[in-house]
Design a protein around this ligand. Structure first.
Ligand code: MD3
Ligand code: FE
Length: 211
């Protein structure tokens, strides 16, 4: 049995990016592999779906979730929901994923949503704010898995200047304080930069407190 300390590089030097904490190589390879296996069980129960905007345009990112809430979007608009579009409740957040939250943001309330975003090679996510949650004093924690993604973050106004960083498999970003309401997005992914997943693409987990 491996010690937890070997699985998380809690000593990773945090980089500051527009107020967000970026922890490169925070999760070791074996932990990343176990998380991917746990995600496979989740997508069996809660299949990935392609959210559609209010205007009927499908997003390029495929999504599902674990926890009390998932985030969905359809022609009725976007919102947190207690059920998958199939009507089923979302699977529980795996304990090992909860332990990442507890280690890096120990003061926060327990996460109520683990949103799972799958970026196939041409997927992207436009610049947006995450403000569907009730309490912006609670952090959001992001885990990157698989191929590299070019993450962009600015400030609380869309017009604020942005900075970009390539997020790699095992990296963690913690959005707290002023960065919690920063505009951010993913411009592109770089297929073939990781062999963690069995297909080209990137998975991003975001752990959130919703209520
Ligand atoms: C900054 N996801 O799911 S993770 C999203 O890589 C989302 O899939 C991106 O933006 C992804 O909403 C970026 C980093 C991230 C997540 C949540 C944030 C940055 C954030 C919330 C507030 C500010
Ligand atoms: Fe976001």
């Amino acid at each position: 049995m491996q010690e937890k300390d070997n699985l998380f590089d809690a000593a990773a030097i945090p980089t500051e990016l527009c107020g967000a904490r970026v922890l490169q190589s925070a999760l070791d390879r074996s932990l990343q592999e176990r998380i991917v296996a746990q995600l496979r069980d989740i997508v069996v129960k809660a299949p990935l779906h392609r959210p559609v905007t209010r205007w009927g345009k499908p997003m390029s990112v495929k999504m599902t979730a674990a926890g009390k809430f998932g985030w969905i979007s359809d022609t009725r608009g976007y919102r947190y929901a207690e059920t998958h579009p199939s009507g089923a409740h979302w699977p529980d957040i795996p304990k090992e994923i909860l332990s990442i939250w507890k280690l890096f943001v120990p003061e926060a309330r327990d996460p109520e949503c683990c949103l799972i975003n799958l970026y196939e090679p041409n997927a992207r996510m436009g610049l947006h704010q995450d403000r569907d949650e009730a309490d912006f004093s609670q952090p959001v924690l992001s885990v990157s898995l698989g191929d590299e993604g070019l993450f962009r973050i600015g400030g609380p106004e869309r017009s604020n200047k942005t900075r970009s960083i390539w997020l790699r498999s095992g990296d963690i970003v913690i959005l707290e304080g002023a960065s919690r309401l920063a505009f951010h997005g993913v411009d592109r992914i770089k297929p073939g930069t990781s062999d963690l997943l069995d297909k080209p693409g990137r998975i991003n987990l975001t752990l959130r407190v919703v209520t």
